[in-house]
Ligand binder design. Structure first.
Ligand SMILES: [Zn+2]
Ligand SMILES: [Zn+2]
Length: 318
């Protein structure tokens, strides 16, 4: 089924493209991306805030329509990702099991780490007795995507099915899976963490705020993954709007000590950059002194950039 939907995205070339269809793709992609991030990730896996039962059912339904299995399965595996991050036992780590397995393989062939232990906090917290509607969605996780696909086809035929379901389901799958692969390989590291997590603007946009993954690995409990106003986090804005409407409360903040740690890291980083620049300048000056032309004609401004470039190349390769 996974591969059928992946291939079905190619139907985009067979149906007419309009800007309206692009808007339909965006709504279907980003609404379900927020569902996954807000509900499966920040709520079920990390308990980053509390929400009203009706809102919880709505977002669980939207997220389950992403076709990434059920909420308890998703969040339970995610908790294990943090527990073993980039070590043996991590369900999806490019460092442990390779890029293909970490991106797609684990989702299809999850026998290796599929057994979520009864002590897993997600399973423990959402047992049958506390939330039957969540357990139902977890068991019948195929129902919401089927209902979405049927609704799209009913409203606008094949064109709506393709742009409202097939294409966005595929782009959303890769946006989510990229957090497991791209965000453990490419990007910047604000915090020193024992794993390979990185911050990446592109995945932050495509996965509704999840791309600030190094922030998140440093402090998982926060309701926001973008720790600063300039770190775009669609899910955080949605949670704040829900809070304003009284639908969400107990939003877990980023503690002051984490911001202090970020400031310290950035100061240490700029010190390292200044020392690096100073040492390459003194290396360049030495090289200039040793040049036979320098001895003959003194300082030559035109010679310096070439020497500095060479020094930069040397320090970059060091
Ligand atoms: Zn991670
Ligand atoms: Zn997480």
């Amino acid at each position: 089924m996974f591969w059928t939907v992946q291939v079905s995205a190619l139907l985009a070339f067979a149906v007419p493209f309009t800007w309206g269809m692009l808007a339909l793709w965006a709504v279907s992609h980003f609404l379900r991306a927020i569902g996954l991030t807000l509900c499966f990730h920040r709520y079920f896996a990390h308990r980053a805030f509390q929400m009203n039962r009706g809102a919880r059912f709505f977002w669980t339904f939207v997220a389950t329509a992403a076709m990434q299995k059920g909420p308890l399965w998703w969040a339970g595996h995610h908790v294990n990702h943090h527990k073993y991050a980039d070590r043996d036992g991590d369900p999806h780590s490019p460092a442990v099991s390779g890029v293909y397995y970490a991106h797609i393989g684990w989702f299809l062939n999850d026998a290796r780490y599929d057994k979520i232990e009864a002590s897993n906090p997600v399973i423990r917290d959402f047992s049958k007795t506390t939330a039957p509607e969540i357990v139902w969605l977890d068991r019948c996780y195929f129902a919401p995507p089927v209902m979405l696909a049927a609704a799209m086809y009913y409203i606008g035929g094949l064109q709506w099915l393709v742009w409202g379901f097939c294409v966005p389901t595929v782009t959303l799958a890769h946006a989510t899976f990229a957090i497991n692969t791209v965000n453990h390989m490419f990007g910047s590291r604000r915090f020193v963490t024992p794993d390979e997590s990185r911050n990446n603007l592109f995945t932050a946009i495509m996965a509704a705020g999840e791309g600030w993954h190094n922030n998140h690995h440093r402090y998982q409990r926060a309701a926001r993954n973008g720790f600063y106003w300039w770190e775009v986090d669609l899910t955080w804005y949605t949670i704040r709007a829900m809070q304003a409407l009284g639908l969400a409360w107990d939003l877990q903040p980023v503690p002051a000590r984490i911001y202090a740690e970020a400031r310290l890291q950035s100061r240490a980083e700029s010190r390292r950059a200044i020392i690096g620049r100073a040492s390459s300048r003194s290396e360049a000056a030495r090289a200039n002194d040793q040049s036979p032309r320098a001895g003959r004609r003194g300082y030559e401004p035109g010679a310096e950039p070439r020497v500095r470039e060479a020094a930069d190349r040397r320090s970059a390769s060091a």
